[in-house]
Each structure stands twice: as C-alpha cells, then as structure tokens.
Design a protein around this ligand. Structure first.
Ligand code: PLP
Length: 425
C-alpha cells in the first residue's frame, strides 16, 4: 500500500477523506452485491504513470507517438480477457459498464431499432432502457419479465411472442437485481428466429463466469458480452466488450473509438490486465464458488427465519428481500438500520413493486466482498444473526450501538486486501 505521505502533505482534506473511507471499509461489512475489494497489485497498477499517456486508437494503430508500453499493456489485457472468457475479440477501453452498453447499441443498431431487455423492476439495469436514460430517445426498448416471481423463471413463451411481434434487432440478457440463472440457449433460439443479435450484460456475474461458477453465454452461442470489471471480477472500475466472433469485434472497436469515447484510461487498462491474470488462477475459481455457497447459505438462513425473498432464494451472488412483507419495514428503513450497525447494503425495488424507486419495498444484498475477506458459511450465520438482531432491537438505540461494536470487533478478524491501516499510523 502507498504511504500517502505526499498526499497528506499537499492536500490534507482529500487525505483525510481517503483514510476515512479506508477505515469505513475495514470496520464495516460490505454487502452491496456490485462492490468488492481489489488486490494490492490491482491497486498499484491503477496508480501508475499510464495516467499521463494519451493512446487514442488500438495497439499498433494509435494517433499519438510514444506507445511502446501502452501497447504492451493493452495487448496483455486483451489477450488475457479473450482467454478468460473464451472470446474472439475483447475491447478493454470502455470507461465503465454504461458506456460499454451504449457503444454496443451504436455498433449494432440504427436509430429507431428495437431492443428487448429484462423489465427493470424484475432485475434489469437502467442502461437496458429505463425511460430516464437518454438512450431511450434513440432506440425503442421492449421488455420481458419473470413468469413466476416465486421461482424467478423467465416467461420465455411471452418473450418469444413479444419478439415475433416487435422484431427486436437485439435481445439483451443481464441484470443487476435478479438472483437466478438465465436460459441463454432459449434466448438465443428466440433471437435466431427473429434475426436479432444476442448480448449478455454480465456486469454482475462476470467474476462468477470467469471462475466457472456461472454459465458463459458464449457457450450457448451469444454474440456479445458486455461487463464492468469492478464487481465480482474484482478489477478496477471500468468496462469491457467481448464478442464470440472476431469479426463482430471490428464493429465494436470502431464504435468504442472513435465512435463514442476519446482516449482510453490506460492506467485502468493496466489494472484490468492484472485483474484478468488473477481471475485466471485456480484460487479465483474457489473464490467464485464460495461467493455462491455463501449467498445460498445466507438466503436460506433468512428464509428459515421467516424473511420473504424474491424468487425464494438465489443461484448467484445476490438476494432480494421483500422487507415490507418480511418485517413490516421499507427498504430505506432497513438500509438505514443496517447502516447503523456497520452493515452496508442497498434499498431496491422488488418485482412489480407498488412503491417508488427512492422508497422501495426491498433490499438487495450479496456476498462478493465478504467472500474476498475470507468469510465462509459460519460467518454468513454470524452476519445474518447481526442483521436479524438489529431488526428485533430496532427501537432500542443502545442495543443498536452495542451491535455496531460487535460488528466492528467481528470485522477485525477479516483483513481487507490492499488496506493496512497500521502502515499509516
Ligand atoms: C448489469 C449492469 N450493467 C451496467 C452497469 C453500469 O456500470 P457502470 O456503473 O460501471 O457504468 C451496471 C452497474 O451497476 C450493472 O449492474
């Protein structure tokens, strides 16, 4: 870990906030399913002089000189990503997940074309066509949903009917709040029937796919995978677009640059390369499997204690709890209560939620970050006990304070990779 001496000297306000955030991450429990802790090598690669370099273009084809080392870095990231996900082409330049999705839409579609994605209250992401996003001014989005919220099964018959009627040019798989596996083969068959491309936005489960704890959509013939690199994949904040066929990758590359972005953020690409090498190691497969084991265990514990989970469980890293039905509390109330004991998660809409997005009925929580800290089933039991105790004692401020102290003591046993507070004192 860097000493941060120079930062402390030159800008104490920023330094204090950085140290405060480190403390928060070490002393608290992170259950937001889209968050994780990066390793020290990934963090070191981010904080490098590649920040100083402009590298518009691609390895071997740049618009600026001085690219010897930038080319090495980007090519490493590309080659490692291709192997990790069995892809024909990898574009590692998207600055984040949202630009990766938008660049993909522009690569494949004309204005006015139709895209079919998962209903947002059933787990889809904003970038899959939420009316507040600008992309809906350009493309037409239609939806599919779960057939049965008790099992989470997607209504593939309805999906086919809508596809035959609306003739989408692109069928989207992927989610940020759905706890089950999708049937990519069924989606691909529907797409083939209507001549649509298939795109899987695997932002949430990329690490599970890389670690072979979830199915790779390319194995069922999907054309494209978009992803973030900072969630289960445990890399730097950023995005990536993979194609099964090398040729389709040419369209994607043109769309990312010059179509959509300017210069790539090369220090993040260096960190992506490091993260992809880490994800290719056998121990990452153990990590990915443990994420799912932990999530299933925690979900079962909640259900045994009377909580109502959307789809009654999970197959991946996350779960959704209907707080109104479970505890007569809103998602916001539960988020705030758990924050008070040092456990962070987020309020979230549940399927067909009658409440508003800023004050929804549910919470979303998951196990990628706690699994990175080395927690296993027994710790999931402890964490669930902390949360259920908080619910029981919610009207007793001193009991909540005591619980917060217990959570801090518990966290001391599980160091966060890349953060060593002792080094700073
Ligand atoms: C499925 C999905 N796609 C895209 C994104 C957007 O990623 P970013 O926040 O990096 O733009 C997210 C972020 O939560 C996501 O869950």
């Amino acid at each position: 870990m860097p000493s941060y001496n120079a930062l402390q000297q030159s800008d104490p306000l920023v330094y204090d906030a950085v140290i405060g955030e480190m403390q928060r991450q070490v002393e608290g429990v992170e259950l937001i399913p889209s968050e994780n802790y990066i390793s020290a090598p990934v963090m070191e690669a981010m904080a490098t002089v590649f920040n100083n370099k402009y590298s518009e273009g691609y390895p071997g084809k740049r618009y600026y000189g001085g690219q010897k080392y930038a080319d090495i870095i980007e090519q490493l990231a590309i080659d490692r990503a291709k192997i990790l996900f069995n892809a024909g082409n990898a574009n590692v330049q998207p600055h984040a997940g949202a630009p990766a999705n938008v660049a993909t839409y522009f690569a494949l579609l004309e204005p006015g074309d139709t895209v079919m994605g998962m209903d947002l209250s059933h787990g889809g992401h904003l970038t899959h066509g939420h009316p507040v996003t600008y992309i809906t001014k350009i493309f037409n989005f239609v939806r599919y949903k779960m057939k049965d919220v008790e099992t989470g099964e997607i209504d593939y018959d309805e999906m086919r009917e809508v596809a035959l009627r609306e003739r989408p040019k692109l069928i989207l798989a992927g989610f940020s709040a759905y706890p089950r596996e999708l049937d990519y083969a069924k989606m691909k068959a529907i797409a083939d029937e209507v001549g649509a491309y298939t795109m899987a936005d695997m932002a949430h489960i990329a690490g599970l796919i890389a670690g072979k704890a979830a199915r790779n959509p390319f194995d069922d013939g999907f054309d494209i995978i978009t992803t973030t690199t900072h969630k289960t994949l445990r890399g730097p904040r950023g995005g990536m677009i993979l194609t099964r066929e090398e040729d389709l990758g040419k369209k994607i590359n043109k769309s990312v640059f010059p179509g959509f972005q300017g210069g790539p953020i090369m220090q993040m690409i260096a960190a992506k390369a490091v993260a992809f090498a880490e994800a290719a190691k056998p121990e990452f497969q153990d990590y990915a499997k443990q994420i799912v084991v932990n999530a299933k265990h925690m979900a079962n514990l909640f259900m045994e204690n009377g909580a109502k989970l959307v789809t009654n469980g999970t197959d991946n890293h996350l779960m959704m709890i209907d707080c109104v039905t479970s505890w007569g509390m809103t998602g916001q109330e539960v988020e705030t209560l758990f924050d008070d004991i040092g456990i962070t998660l987020n309020k979230n809409m549940i399927a067909d939620d009658p409440r508003k997005p800023m004050d929804p009925s549910g919470i979303r929580l998951g196990t990628p970050a706690v699994t990175t800290r080395g927690m296993k089933e027994v710790e999931m039991e402890q964490l669930t006990t902390f949360m259920l105790s908080a619910i029981k004692k919610k009207d007793n401020p001193s009991a909540i304070k005591d619980l917060h102290e217990e959570v801090k003591t518990f966290c001391n046993k599980f160091p966060v990779p890349g953060i060593d507070l002792k080094q700073l004192s």
